[in-house]
Design a binder for this molecule. Structure first.
Ligand SMILES: [Zn+2]
Length: 249
């Protein structure tokens, strides 16, 4: 059940049988000359929506599609939040979902740059309850889609060279599977992008002129992306089921 394509009575009724909700979360940022700007929110959305198609009992929230992308701001189309804005927004999403009765909130993340801030947000939220010696009415979980069991090893086996860290062939392949009409090409020089530290936007643009880090995204194809989705979907359904069944003190 997708929240944004449901009515409130439908969600109200579903809360009688499930207290778990999956929130795809990512970032809208440059992904090299061939990658879609939405790659990091599209990947978790594509995987979560495919999982919901297989198991309609899965409740999926709208995608939280803007995140920590200040270092990509020297590339057109990138939109970033400050960490403080991101934390405030996540907190309000959690409060809204909790208010309706969702007790287990599972963030499926598509952007490595979000991880530290999402974890800091969880700590901020939990601290409010710890200080007053009460249990929060919800538990939170963060999972990167590539960390779902079996996915990362599958991707690195599929792309033994030029997988890299940003604009990877695996994430671009996942978007190509969902949007094959949007497959793009470009002359990439060098074929495999350089690697280095991530700092501010101008430093990033100078080190990684076309936006990629360590990757050769031209290895991506819609067929390969579908294979990755086919590994990720059952892994997500299992992980969410385990989270829902986890005994709480
Ligand atoms: Zn990405």
């Amino acid at each position: 059940m997708l929240i944004h394509l449901s009515s409130w009575p439908e969600i109200d009724a579903r809360l009688n049988t499930t207290k778990t909700v999956v929130v795809p979360i990512g970032s809208n940022e440059q992904h090299g000359p061939t990658g879609l700007l939405g790659t990091d929110w599209l990947c978790p959305e594509i995987i979560a929506h495919a999982a919901e198609k297989q198991d309609e009992s899965l409740v999926v929230a709208p995608t939280f599609n803007i995140g920590m992308a200040q270092h990509h701001l020297a590339f057109a189309g990138t939109i970033s939040l400050r960490p403080s804005t991101f934390m405030a927004a996540i907190t309000d999403w959690v409060s809204s979902l909790s208010r309706h009765g969702f007790e287990r909130i599972y963030f499926l993340n598509g952007h490595g740059g979000n991880v530290a801030t999402i974890e800091a947000t969880f700590a901020e939220i939990y601290a409010e309850w710890s200080f007053v010696e009460e249990q929060p009415p919800f538990v939170l979980k963060l999972k990167n889609w590539w960390d779902l069991p079996g996915v990362h090893s599958f991707c690195t086996k599929m792309f033994p060279t030029g997988h890299g860290m940003h604009a990877t062939p695996s994430e671009i392949a996942v978007t190509q599977a969902a949007y094959p009409e949007l497959v793009k090409t470009a002359d990439l020089d060098p074929k495999i992008a350089p690697v280095g530290p991530i700092r501010d936007a101008l430093d990033y643009r100078a080190r990684f002129p076309d936006g990629r880090i360590g990757s050769d995204p031209l290895q991506a194809s819609p067929e390969k992306g579908q294979q990755i989705i086919d590994v990720a979907v059952p892994a997500l359904l299992r992980d969410v089921a385990d989270f829902s069944a986890e005994a709480l003190p």
